[in-house]
Design a protein around this ligand. Structure first.
Ligand code: GLP
Length: 244
C-alpha cells in the first residue's frame, strides 16, 4: 500500500491524473474503473487537459463506472451517466461504445448486475480503478453493513449518504433510495486501485483507515487494505486528524 500526501486538492488531482496517464502510456487499450462525486472532478479536468495537449489518446480506452442511482434517467443532471459525460466523456476522444455505466432503465436490473461483472471480465478486467470514499467509509455505494455483496448488486443507500448526496438535488426527497453498485469483490479484482480523498470531511475516514488494524464490512474502505496494489492519494486536510 502506497500513501501519497499532496499539499492540496489540485495537487492531489494532478498526481492521480499523472498515474492514469502513465497507465495509458503503458497500455493504450487500458480498462479504467471510474468514480463519480466531487472528489474525482478535478482529476477528470486534468485528464481533459492532457488530452487537449495531445498527451493522452483515449480512442482504445474502455471504462466501467462504479455505480449509478436507480430511478434517474440518463438525461437527469444528477445521474452519474450525465455526470460522466459532462465532466469527462464529452471532452475526450473516447469511443462511446467503450463506456459502461450501470444502466437502470432496463426491466431486469438483477440480470443487468450479473451481466455487468461479465462485461468487465470479458473486457479483460479493470487495469486501474479510481475510487473515492463516503464519510461513512462506503466505497462506490457499498454501505457499512454486517455483510457486503461480492459482485455488482442493487443496494439501499444509507441515511447519511442520502443526506450528504442531497447537496446535488433540489430536496432530500429527490435523492434516490436505491442504486446499482460494483460489489467490493468486483472492485478488488482490479489490477491497481487508486483511492483519492481530500478535505477535512474525509480526515476521520482516512485516519481510521490508517490507524486501525482491522478489516470489516462495517467500514467498507478497510477492505482495500487487502489489495495487492493500492495507492492512496490524499491532500493534507484529509490527513489533518493524523496530527501531521
Ligand atoms: C458517492 C459515490 C461514491 C463517492 C462518494 C463520495 O456516494 N457513490 O463513489 O466516492 O459519494 O463522494 P464525494 O467525492 O463527493 O465526497
Amino acid at each position: 500500500m502506497k500513501l501519497i500526501i499532496k499539499k492540496d486538492y489540485e495537487e492531489m488531482c494532478a498526481e492521480a491524473a499523472k498515474t492514469i496517464k502513465e497507465q495509458l502510456d503503458h497500455k493504450k487499450d487500458t480498462t479504467l474503473g471510474l468514480a463519480t462525486g466531487s472528489t474525482p472532478e478535478g482529476v477528470y479536468k486534468e485528464l481533459i487537459k492532457y488530452y487537449k495537449n495531445g498527451e493522452i489518446d483515449f480512442s482504445q480506452v474502455k471504462t466501467f463506472n462504479l455505480d449509478e442511482y436507480i430511478g434517474l434517467s440518463k438525461e437527469n443532471i444528477n445521474s452519474f451517466n450525465y455526470f460522466m459525460n459532462d465532466k469527462l466523456f464529452d471532452h475526450i476522444n473516447i469511443d462511446k461504445k467503450n463506456i459502461h455505466i450501470p444502466n437502470c432503465d432496463g426491466k431486469n436490473i438483477e440480470e443487468f448486475c450479473r451481466n455487468y461483472d461479465k462485461m468487465i471480465e470479458d473486457s479483460g478486467g479493470i487495469d486501474l480503478q479510481i475510487v473515492g470514499v463516503g464519510q461513512n467509509g462506503h466505497i462506490a455505494f457499498n454501505e457499512p453493513a454486517n455483510q457486503l455483496s461480492f459482485g455488482t448488486t442493487i443496494v439501499e443507500l444509507a441515511e447519511n449518504t442520502i443526506e450528504i448526496n442531497s447537496r446535488f438535488f433540489d430536496s432530500i426527497e429527490d435523492v434516490p433510495k436505491k442504486a446499482i453498485t460494483m460489489g467490493m469483490g468486483t472492485i478488488m479484482q482490479a489490477e491497481k486501485i487508486i483511492w483519492i480523498a481530500n478535505g477535512k470531511g474525509k480526515s476521520k475516514v482516512v485516519e481510521k483507515f490508517l490507524s486501525e488494524k482491522t478489516i470489516t464490512t462495517e467500514f467498507p474502505v478497510s477492505i482495500l487494505k487487502l489489495h495487492k496494489d493500492l495507492t492512496i492519494i490524499v491532500d493534507e486536510q484529509a490527513c489533518s486528524s493524523l496530527g501531521r
